[in-house]
Write a protein that binds this ligand. Structure first.
Ligand code: ZN
Length: 129
């Protein structure tokens, strides 16, 4: 991918970030010149093509995305991952019950939450396309 293309994607990500009202976040874009992310960034449900790491206290995030995704465009992945960041405050609320619940209940609740978040993110993504 050329530097000009990468710059355009960063501009696009900033535009989506502004549209979602995430102006306080500093998001960097890391593009991998391959069709799958490195294994350390492979998360269930994301098909290994895009992943957002975020640090809430610093309002800082890194969007990892592959340059050559098989089924989606990079812009679709960017919209999807930025929408996950939009819902990040909800996840922090859910996280508060992790210790009180114990591991079995936490596993059930966190998985159900992740599935529900994925549905919401896909709906937001469709609404913005
Ligand atoms: Zn997702």
């Amino acid at each position: 991918m050329s530097k000009a293309e990468a710059r355009q994607l960063v501009e696009y990500m900033r535009k989506i970030q502004r549209r979602m009202g995430l102006n306080e976040w500093r998001i960097s874009l890391e593009i991998y010149e391959q069709t799958e992310l490195p294994s350390r960034l492979w998360l269930e449900g994301e098909a290994g093509i895009g992943y957002m790491s975020s640090w809430h206290e610093q309002r800082s995030a890194t969007l990892h995305v592959v340059a050559y995704p098989r089924d989606l465009t990079i812009r679709q992945i960017i919209r999807h991952e930025v929408a996950h960041l939009l819902l990040e405050p909800m996840w922090r609320v859910v996280k508060r019950v992790e210790k009180p619940l114990g591991s079995t209940a936490w596993e059930i609740i966190s998985e159900a939450y992740r599935e529900a978040e994925e549905i919401a993110v896909n709906r937001i993504m469709r609404a913005m396309s």
